[in-house]
Design a protein around this ligand. Sequence first.
Ligand code: PLP
Length: 414
Amino acid sequence: MPATITRREQNKTAITGIPKELAVKAGSRLEPAPLDPEQVIIDLTPSPKTLPSLENFGFGENKTDHMLVCTYDSITGWAAPEIKPYGPLSLDPASSCLQYATSVFEGMKAYLGPDGEIRLFRPELNMQRLANSAARVALPQFDQDALLTLIKRLVTVDARWIPAAPGYSLYLRPTMIGTRSAFGVTPSDSAILYVVCAPAGPYFRSGVKPISLLAGGEGVRAWPGGTGGHKVASNYSPGFVPQIAAAKQGYDQILWLFGDDRRVTEAGAMNFFIVVKREDDENEIDIITPPLDGTILPGITRSSCISLLQSHSTDELTLSHIPSSHRIHVHERILTMPEIAKWYSQGRVLEAFTVGTGVVVAPVGKIGFEGLEIVFPKYVENGGFGPVTKGIMERLLDIQFGRREWKGWSVRCD
Ligand SMILES: *Cc1c(COP(=O)(O)O)cnc(C)c1O
């Protein structure tokens, strides 16, 4: 693409040695270039990899043949995007992302439908959230539609990697990192935005197993005014030690709590829901998830579950498995462990489940809290699923794989 190269060369010559401020003062009309899918340079690998067999899928262990790489510089803006063979990035050891964790990411999936079409699930929300995460750590903004167009292009290039087996998909990991290489503790004025893909199997290999949660554990995941509401890399590694401690006690994940009132926030890196029946009327069912107060990651699965559950039993939709006598009320509100313990002692806790792109929906089998074990024995025989958990999971999968249309949530890749 000679046109692309010419333009980049021009920008470089024009600004050689002249700081942006001076260039602007001198009346230069140089504007940082926007991210532009039309300029994409596609360099296909000469040696495509052998596809792994379905049994050998870990979570993100096998990467596809290609990756999307877009570089940003505060003066020239976004360079021509590249789709090129998957491989290492070359970074200065002093890079801002390595020193100051200017690193944000997304998690999304491409699904192959029974009609042979590839779809993304509400991908514009991933673009929006990536932009919000980038803004939180002063990384550059980008044209969200342009990035989505480029991602669709990448997925199309690596389409043969999307397994055609039920429950399988292609996991996409858009990432943005700061590449400024001076030690000053300041925002990064250069960045790389890249997307890599890995085929993903069902989260539960040998059938669904309800997960166990240790409420509390050591440390907190997020706090008011912090970064818990953004997908920034620095949120995750501090959770590894508490996670190891919880695993030693036999729990799968931590149910992160916050504050003296032991507020429930999230489970591992998933959003949390609990299903409770009312004292005075067994058919009035409250489904509660913590509110987006800045300590909760605004999950796309979370928001989709809320919206589907709110639409249940309307003219528009009826979720399977949920008894027709149930009247469902969804609440985004503060939820504390003492409250859950009280409802449990009253026999009112029906189900709990966690949600996220990776897992989709996982039933909770047990919550440990200060010596108390809250167990959900009723559904253990039933694959661990209560009716609400099962109903919402099936509907989400149907929409994601394009088996059912719902509000344009599933977007075709072409
Ligand atoms: C990504 C993530 C989620 C789930 O978000 P989805 O958009 O549903 O995948 C929940 N909690 C945390 C901490 C996360 O990082």
